[in-house]
Design a protein around this ligand. Sequence first.
Ligand SMILES: Nc1nc2c(ncn2[C@@H]2O[C@H](COP(=O)(O)OP(=O)(O)O)[C@@H](O)[C@H]2O)c(=O)[nH]1
Ligand SMILES: [Mg+2]
Ligand SMILES: [Zn+2]
Length: 293
Amino acid sequence: MRVTAEGYARVVALGKNVAWIVFEEESTPRLASLKRAAGKREMLAPGDLVRARRLDGDRAIVDAREPRTSVLQRRQGGRTKVMAANVDTLATVSALANPPLRLALLDQLLAFAELHELQALVVLTKPDLDAGATGPAVETLYRRLGYASLIVNPKAGDNVDALRDRLAGRHALLTGVSGVGKSSLFRALGGEAHVGEVSRHGLGRQTTTAARLYRTPGGFLIDSPGIAEFGLGTMAPAELTEAFREFREPSRECRFSDCTHLREPGCGVRAALDSGTIAGSRYESYARILGGC
Ligand SMILES: Nc1nc2c(ncn2[C@@H]2O[C@H](COP(=O)(O)OP(=O)(O)O)[C@@H](O)[C@H]2O)c(=O)[nH]1
Ligand SMILES: [Mg+2]
Ligand SMILES: [Zn+2]
């Protein structure tokens, strides 16, 4: 096959010994084989920037990976696996209904973002199914905490433009449980739903590891498969207190320096809860995460 051009490309999804990549000046993914020098499949992750060559047709070859600015990894049976590279924003998606809103889960994702120094975005979907009209209060709660927060209906297209504005220039990972509307949002923003069937290209049977990437103005958005991967694991109370941003200051008033804020006397966090400075749902989430949810 003839090489037509060389350049930089972003990794969208990975299969076995192959990657789907999007060249900087293109918009549709190409299926790329990995040169040995580029390392094994494990060495690439969605969001990676690679040097690659375009071949005739829609194929490509990945030659090398550029250095990463950040990695999101998880531990898996003693090994660490990179879930995404070069990400600076966690776009959390929660449905206001169907599936029911679970604030403990949202708070867990926000804590994850704090610990990994990612900007977080709170996207609330399915306002049309929100029978109790809880959306605006939830949106306000997170806005007050300093999180960019938006109610979006990806099906009807409401607020999709506002979301696009929020994502401009960001390297974001879209995350939330199954059924909340991540793929619908991804499509509403203009992302490709599928990156292609590898078997058609004669490389044998391959399965896509579901992460997909869509380029936004000056940035990208990765549609991740789900959040089972984001377990916060076992966290010490002090670490979790740091991850709940509005707990930091009140916790300095705690009588004991190792206060868990669960039952100790003279607890600054519970005082803030009693005075209404800390929202009941946030405290509940904190206690649930500490207790293993
Ligand atoms: N009524 C309503 N349905 C929605 C909305 N957003 C997504 N859906 C539907 O919710 C279902 C799950 O959406 P999907 O995008 O596949 O969720 P994902 O699993 O997070 O990727 C689909 O049937 C969507 O059409 C919304 O704002 N309102
Ligand atoms: Mg989906
Ligand atoms: Zn305390």
